[in-house]
Design a protein around this ligand. Sequence first.
Ligand code: SF4
Length: 158
Amino acid sequence: MNYLQYYPVDIVNGEGTRCTLFVSGCTHGCKGCYNQKSWSFNAGVPFDKMMEEQILRDLKDTRIKRQGLTLSGGDPLHPRNVETLLPLVQRIKHECPDKDIWVWTGYKLGELDEYQRQMLPYIDVLVDGKFIQELADPSLPWRGSANQVIHRFKSDQF
Ligand code: SF4
């Protein structure tokens, strides 16, 4: 998996102060997508062990307390990205159980297959659905268009 950007301190992509990773690769092709350069799986740079260690270090940092990690993109729930992100979210929940994980995806929750659904037990908040330009509303918190849904999961739901 490649990623486009990592913000060690972010206050706009989810609640609280967070770490945010924008992964590469998305096949939804939404008209008006805010981040078309993220569509290619080859965009950005490879996500490696050093990057993983940095995220864990940042989440454990006590000087700037983070509420959790945000995964956006691109699409973190594309199967090619799940392969890398599943071990990452599993490790975060194991080593930092007090941190929450927010994920933005272009899939609807009901469209996810068994492989993608392996991520769900580790996700606290999922914002789902494609961006639909005709339903765009900048006043919506955490969403670009009104069709998208914010799912707040309980940890024992899956
Ligand atoms: S799901 Fe997100 S990144 Fe993918 S095309 Fe739609 S708006 Fe762009």
